[in-house]
Design a protein around this ligand. Structure first.
Ligand code: NAP
Length: 284
């Protein structure tokens, strides 16, 4: 039987609708984004985030700074947004041009407004098992597993990739939900052997069709995060033939991508609730 398709587009639409209802009841919410440079994909992502935010009734502020902007200027603009009481969430679009120290920029964010969960305070709370703001893409992976009734507690999960944005937080979220987690990366000796044991696989690398049918345990849930733009279009880390063996699989595109935007909107409302005291944000 072919895998159940975990339809990220449909679930994202549902979450965006829920966010719109929440915003209408809550009042004014604003998301600010900071994009530096000319990376075409980043401009497309930011356009999509602004469109989705506007549809959910979230106000947006769109800072697009030229590729030559100095690090001091980027930091100054981030601090301005930190101090602005009208702004609830701040998203810094990565990657930034090479002369900008991305770590310094994400560390400059006010943690309570850091809707992508990149500041060490937010990463730290996730590590401690009490997440506050979490990165949107792995958050979307967990939301998909939950929506499709995939059991997490007690199952073996393999996360391929260990970036701050996707792999590490995905592993921490799965651990928080009581999975037994293996983190794989470029130095992993036998990726296939680890994958074959896994009930849940999260592939976040950026190598087309890295995960093949032979690497997947029958019935496993497979989340395809990695994407590569090729002449044949966008290709994921997971070979589509995996649908023949997996129990659940995200499509590419239409799986984890749309979820990322929906989760960002959800985090923005959460930031507004942290800021007005509806929800507790420790240390504020
Ligand atoms: P990244 O920072 O480049 O990290 C890639 C990870 O893959 C690294 O941890 C790397 O290991 C690991 N890796 C490289 N070659 C490998 C191999 N042969 N076997 C196993 N692991 C290997 O990328 P990222 O920001 O995490 O993004 C990962 C992918 O997800 C990219 O394709 C990106 O475009 C995509 N993405 C998609 C969404 C979405 O919404 N769907 C959102 C964000 C990112 P080392 O640490 O050892 O170098």
């Amino acid at each position: 039987m072919p895998a159940v398709v975990m339809d990220g587009k449909a679930l994202a639409a549902r979450i965006r609708g829920e966010v719109a209802t929440e915003v209408a009841a809550f009042g004014r919410v604003e998301l600010a984004t900071v994009l530096v440079g000319n990376d075409p994909a980043s401009h497309v992502y930011i356009d999509a985030k602004h469109k989705a935010a506007a549809e959910a009734g979230i106000h947006t502020r769109d800072l697009r700074l030229s590729a030559g902007t100095t690090q001091e200027e980027v930091l100054r603009r981030v601090r301005e947004l930190n101090d602005d009481p009208d702004v609830h969430g701040i998203l810094v679009q990565l990657p930034m041009p090479a002369h900008i120290d991305e770590e310094a920029v994400t560390r400059a964010l006010l943690p309570v407004k850091d809707v992508d969960g990149l500041h060490p305070v937010n990463a730290g709370y996730l590590y401690l098992g009490t997440p506050l703001h979490i990165p949107a893409t792995p958050g979307g992976c967990l939301a998909l597993l939950d929506a499709y009734g995939v059991e997490i507690a007690g199952r073996e999960a393999v996360v391929i990739g260990r970036s701050e944005l996707v792999g590490r937080p995905a592993a921490m979220l799965l651990l928080t939900r009581h999975a037994t987690v293996i983190m794989c990366h470029s130095r992993t000796a036998d990726l296939a052997a680890h994958c074959r044991r896994a009930d849940i696989v999260v592939a976040a690398v950026g190598i087309p069709r890295l995960v093949t049918e032979a690497m997947v345990k029958p019935g496993a849930a497979v989340l395809d995060v990695g994407l590569t733009r090729t002449e044949e279009g966008i290709v994921g880390d997971v070979d589509p033939a995996v649908a023949g063996v997996a129990g659940h699989l995200t499509p590419m595109p239409g799986g984890t991508g749309p979820m990322t935007i929906a989760m960002l909107l959800r985090s923005t409302v959460k930031a507004a609730r942290f800021l007005n005291g509806d929800l507790a944000y420790p240390g504020r």
